[in-house]
Design a protein around this ligand. Structure first.
Ligand SMILES: Nc1nc2c(ncn2[C@@H]2O[C@H](COP(=O)(O)OP(=O)(O)O)[C@@H](O)[C@H]2O)c(=O)[nH]1
Ligand SMILES: [Mg+2]
Length: 470
């Protein structure tokens, strides 16, 4: 078990500490280890810097950081820690980031073998003592917390931070250690302008195998709303256009912003012919709405016309306007690219996961190749945020790729981390190289799939000539 602290929350804590990226190691949690002070001390004493996180039942998350170690003193003993602070991450299920610095460092934290973590002389944050019994899925804390005596709360009261309640879903303690870039875990492309030109050339020269008589290879982009599907197309288009494009509508709206089925083609300019692949953007996946398995089947089979306006209340069916009755190979999908937000890919709801797995099964059943693109990796790892070229050396991204590969049963070589153009106002070589690297993998998968048809065609031709000899 890895704990409840999300990647964004870890990043916030790293920023509060202010000394770069950290590895978070879950030492102790109520739900995993039981709510007893002795267990807390067994697991957390002498472990160096730690962060204690409280998740209350109103959806607020707060806690404290100490740079020094916890200890099992036999009576209440204060410790000095200049770098300690309290913090808030969430309030009532909404992000609410506050750092509350220590103002009396001599009494930054307090150790006592029969108590859990205690911060400040107030006590500013006194989590619990003795043992607590689980009440269903929650616990009631028994420490008295009065914030503001050793920590500067910036005007916030204890009640505002704790919602005046003591019921919690969990309390966790993480140790923090310095994080570093791992060795290269995936062979990386060069990141120079010349490398970008080579990758662009590969995509520009790509064409469906000669002999199949099809114009474009069709890659379906599929994933939850807000994962970055439309942004992926825009990023690829931006690379070829040489400036940021927003041809596909993006946004952070809760429901599917894209509800039209669009087979987007990439053009480098008005006068040149478009590239020979389509990126097919659909309505997003939603737990109980969005594209469903039957509609997906129609899309894969090429029954859905370009520009079709999906209607959430009336699913696409064979009497829908524009239904393509006898699609050619060129109208079908040749590769499926699932797109997930790298921050949430490993914590999707059961329902969403179930839906995605059934779609994966359908894609496999149709014999189509599939890959997974993980977006927003700039939010997942600060090394990547600093410099996209760190992607194939980032331990965090490596672990994310491993986990996603396990969850979805897709080989690691088909899990592709990506940073889309999002806040940039101009194209950059590094972001473009990564996008082209991702596109190249997709095009190669597509090509392999189409080669199968070429083999079939050869077989049929041979059979025909054998037949004519008979
Ligand atoms: N930081 C960051 N934001 C991204 C990235 N990709 C997409 N976004 C943002 O995520 C939001 C949703 O993206 P969109 O492409 O509309 O998602 P869709 O619903 O899957 O089509 C937009 O606000 C994008 O700017 C990325 O790689 N990094
Ligand atoms: Mg979209």
């Amino acid at each position: 078990m890895e704990g409840k602290l999300g990647l964004m929350q870890k990043r916030a804590i790293e920023r509060f500490i202010g000394t770069g990226t950290k590895e978070f190691n879950l030492l102790y949690s109520f739900t995993r280890d039981g709510a007893t002070a002795t267990t807390f001390h067994q697991k957390c004493d002498n472990r160096g810097p730690t962060v204690t996180v409280i998740y209350n039942t109103k959806g607020s998350v707060y806690g404290g950081y100490i740079e020094k170690s916890w200890a099992s003193d036999t009576s209440e003993t204060y410790y000095k820690d200049d770098r300690a602070f309290l913090f808030r991450l969430m309030s009532d299920d909404k992000v609410a980031l506050n750092k509350f610095p220590v103002k009396n460092p001599d009494k930054a934290f307090c150790c006592n073998a029969t108590y859990g973590p205690i911060f400040g002389s107030g006590h500013d944050l006194n989590v619990f003592n003795g043992s607590l019994t689980a009440e269903g899925t929650q616990y009631t804390l028994n420490g008295d917390t009065n914030m503001g005596s050793a920590y500067d709360m910036g005007g916030l009261s204890t009640d505002q931070v704790t919602d005046s309640i003591k019921t919690v879903r969990d309390v966790e303690v993480y140790s923090l250690s310095e994080s570093s870039l791992a060795g290269v875990w995936r062979e990386s492309p060069g990141w120079d302008f010349k490398d970008l030109e080579d990758l662009k050339h590969f995509a520009a020269a790509f064409a469906p195998p000669y002999g199949l008589d099809i114009d474009t290879a069709n890659i379906l982009i599929l994933g939850p709303v807000g994962a970055g599907k439309s942004s992926f197309f825009n990023t690829v288009a931006s690379v070829f256009r040489g400036h940021i494009c927003d041809q596909a509508v993006c946004g952070s709206a809760e429901k599917s912003v894209t509800s039209k089925y669009r087979m987007y083609r990439v053009r480098s300019s008005q006068i040149e012919k478009p590239l020979k692949f389509c990126m097919c953007d659909t309505m997003g996946l939603e737990e109980s709405q969005g594209i469903d398995i039957q509609e997906l089947t129609y899309v894969l089979d090429g029954n859905v016309p370009d520009g079709y306006q999906f209607n959430p209340t009336t699913p696409f069916s064979n009497d829908a306007h524009g239904f393509i009755k006898s699609p050619t190979l060129g109208q079908k999908i040749h590769c499926v690219c699932f797109v997930f937000d790298g921050n949430t890919a490993t914590i999707l709801s059961e329902k969403m996961l179930e839906k995605i797995k059934s779609m994966q099964a359908k894609v496999r059943q149709k014999g189509l190749p599939q890959a997974i693109v993980l977006t927003k990796i700039d939010n997942v790892c600060s090394y990547v945020e600093e410099d996209v070229r760190n992607v194939y050396q980032s331990e965090t991204i490596k672990q994310l790729v491993d986990k996603v590969s396990n969850i979805f049963g897709v080989p690691r070589s088909f899990i592709l981390p990506l940073k889309n153009y999002e806040k940039e106002i101009d194209v950059r070589t590094d972001v473009s190289v990564l996008a082209m690297h991702t596109l190249k993998r997709l095009l190669l998968s597509t090509e392999n799939h189409l080669f199968n048809f070429l083999d079939q065609l050869d077989k049929t031709k041979k059979q025909k000539s054998v037949d004519s000899l008979d």
